[in-house]
Structure formats: C-alpha cells, structure tokens
Design a protein around this ligand. Structure first.
Ligand SMILES: Nc1nc2c(ncn2[C@@H]2O[C@H](COP(=O)(O)OP(=O)(O)OP(=O)(O)O)[C@@H](O)[C@H]2O)c(=O)[nH]1
Ligand SMILES: [Mg+2]
Length: 358
C-alpha cells in the first residue's frame, strides 16, 4: 500500500527543511521564498523497530519495510489557487497524495524572511487553508462543467455525480473543508474520485525554535487552534533534526533515524487508521501496511492473489509472543499459536502465515 504525504505551507517556513529531515534527501534549502519550484519527492522506510527484531530472530536474508513517500512543493501564497506565485500547478502535485502535512512557522529568527514580516501561525494557517478551498472550488466548477459538456444525455450516475459536486461547491463557497462534511457512503465514493484537497486529512507541523522547542508562545497558539479544529499537531525544530540526522546517519544508517520521522509516521498512521502485519520466512521478513479493520482474506490477497483464491485458514502469532518465545517454534511449544478463518480481523503486529490449496 502506497502511503504518500504532501508537504504544504507558506513560502520560506521550512518545508524543504522538514522534507530533508524526514527523508535525508539533499534538497535546496535557502532563505528566500520560492526556493523550491519543482517538487522534491522521496520514499523512505517506515521506522518500525519490530521488523528489526523479527529479522534478528528469523535470520531471513531480506527485510522489506513499509514505505512512505513525501512530496515537498513550492510555497503557497494568497492567490496561489488562481495561479499567483507558482500557481495552481504546484497544488496539482499533491492532488493524489493521501494526507497533507501543513508546515507552520513557529520560530523567531530575524535573519529568516517571513512573507508577512511577522510570525503569526494561526493567520498563516488561515491563508493556506483559503487557498486549498479556492483550489477545490476551481476543480469542482471545472468538473461540473466537464460532466455537463461530456454527457449530453445525462444518465442517473452522472446526475448523482453532479448532485454531489454541487453539494460540495455549496460547502466550499461557505469556506467549509469537505472532510468536515457529512456525506453518505455513495456520495463519498463519488467524491473520492475528484481528489479534493480539503477532503484530505491534515497534520499540522509546528516548526519551532531551536532555542525554545518545548515552551513556545507560537506553538501554544497553534496548539489551541489545532485542537479546536480536531487536527493533530506535531512540533519539532526541523533545522535541529536535519543537523542531528547528518550526525546519526554517519553512525548508524540501519537504525530508524530520528524522532521527526517517527513522530510524523505515528501521526499519519493514527489519522489514516493504518496498522502493520508481518510475514516471515527464511527468505524474507516483510511489513505490510493496511487500513484497520481488514479481514484475513483481504490480507491474503494483499500478499498473493493465490492465497486468497485457495484460502483455507490463517496462522496467527502475536508479535509479543514471538519475541517472548524467541520464534515460531517456541511459540508453538508454548501453545500460543492461533488460527483464524476468512473473516478474522487482522490486528496490528500480527505475524501471519496463510494456509491455502493450489
Ligand atoms: N532558525 C531557523 N531557521 C529555519 C528553521 N527551519 C528552516 N529554517 C530556515 O528557513 C529558511 C527557509 O527554509 P526552507 O526549508 O527552504 O523553506 P521552504 O518552506 O521550503 O521555502 P520555499 O521552498 O521557498 O517555500 C532556510 O534558510 C532555513 O535554514 C528552523 O527551525 N529554525
Ligand atoms: Mg522549499
């Protein structure tokens, strides 16, 4: 499962610094707005210590981690949605991402320019949010127009789509993010196709001062604002993380690198309701990322379609038991192996083996 996260925010707030701290990718970071023009894209391993522990015990030849893609785009300013700055093109780069990370400047530094000359995180969030809404309005109006033009003979399905799009448009005109609106399941299915930005979950990233990481007046303001909106907030000094990474990377390249990546992934997993199950054998230890509530049959299909076709049952070992009894044999001897049918609801940390007939 591909998890991807678009990094957004005003210009010069530290988006590329965050991106580089997360991914270790060497990107252009400089003290002027629109330093980033073309998007920076990087895929990194999800830091999960459990997979190292499993690989150690199983001694498998290969370890396959879950992966996450980050996309760092140019800064958004007032009018971006209509093409001002680098314009709506930049927003297109994050249209298909699953989640957005909104970087907000919460650090004082007279040397680093702010597009409005002062630090006000709540105002900054408001400006970017307005651009997201305006961008969706344009997409929505365009989609309505296209549907009306393309299908002269309007059928029931098109009528439904038009109805939902018009409903979206009304909310957007009122400044409401689509993910806040209650839509029916069918309406949601129609909406998913349009990849609206305001329909995506968001995580705020407060880029705090290196001198006052914990107690920061801007962070306190943003924190109150975020909790009011029910949006998760991560705070971190991106520049410090970037510097620490460089040290760490030389020392221990295999270890999950930094808390910045760990905190970000934890927030993303929580917002998207993601979990991990594992498969193990001598050849490979592998982490599989899935959305909570998945059945054993769906998990089987994820691993191999033959496992689904010939599914008999699934063998389940809990991660903690695997560590406690030092591997599958130990778990078997302790009588801790369980089995489940097609409808077994897979849990985070399950180690699964599918029994199937060809
Ligand atoms: N003091 C301080 N400076 C920072 C911090 N994070 C980023 N900066 C500086 O802010 C400037 C802009 O950082 P970038 O990461 O390029 O910002 P950006 O949001 O990607 O900028 P654009 O791509 O131009 O929109 C650089 O000079 C960074 O070194 C921080 O936590 N503290
Ligand atoms: Mg940048």
């Amino acid at each position: 499962m591909q998890i991807d996260c678009g990094i957004i925010g005003l210009p010069n707030v530290g988006k590329s610094t965050v991106f580089s701290a997360l991914t270790n990718a060497p990107v252009k970071i400089a003290n002027f707005p629109f330093c980033t023009i073309h998007p920076n894209i990087s895929v990194v391993q999800i830091p999960d210590l459990r997979i190292y522990q499993l690989t150690d015990i199983v001694s498998s030849h290969e370890t396959i981690h879950g992966k996450i893609k980050f996309v760092d785009i140019a800064g958004l300013i007032k009018g971006a949605a209509q093409g001002i700055g680098i314009g709506s093109k930049i927003l297109n780069h994050i249209r298909t991402t699953k989640i957005l990370c909104h970087v907000v400047r919460c650090f004082d530094d007279n040397q680093i320019a702010h597009v409005f000359n002062d630090i006000d995180p709540c105002r900054d969030v408001g400006i970017v949010n307005t651009e997201l809404i305006l961008f969706d309005i344009l997409q929505c109006e365009q989609s309505i127009c296209n549907l009306q033009k393309k299908y002269k003979l309007i059928n029931e399905n098109i009528e439904q789509q038009l109805f939902v799009l018009k409903k979206c448009l009304d909310y957007l005109y009122d400044g409401v993010f689509l993910r806040r609106v209650h839509f029916s399941k069918t309406e949601r299915t129609h909406i998913e196709k349009f990849n609206f930005l305001t329909n995506k979950p968001i995580v705020y990233f407060a880029n705090v001062d290196e001198k006052s990481v914990a107690n920061n007046i801007y962070l306190n303001k943003l924190s109150a604002f975020a909790s009011n909106d029910g949006i998760p907030l991560i705070s971190c000094c991106a520049m410090l993380s970037l510097l620490n990474n460089r040290d760490d990377h030389v020392k221990i390249t295999m270890k999950p690198r930094t808390t910045i990546l760990y905190d970000m992934v934890s927030a993303i997993f929580s917002v998207l309701d993601l979990c991990t199950f594992f498969t193990i054998n001598l050849h490979m230890t592998r982490a599989w990322i899935y959305v909570g509530g998945m059945t054993a049959l769906e998990a089987a299909n994820k691993v191999h379609s033959d496992f689904k076709k010939g599914f008999i049952r699934v063998q389940i070992i809990k991660f903690d038991d695997f560590i406690l009894y030092h591997g599958e044999l130990g778990v078997k001897k302790a009588g801790k192996i369980c089995y489940g049918g097609k409808d077994y609801c897979v849990k985070d940390g399950d180690i699964l083996k599918f029994l199937f007939q060809v």
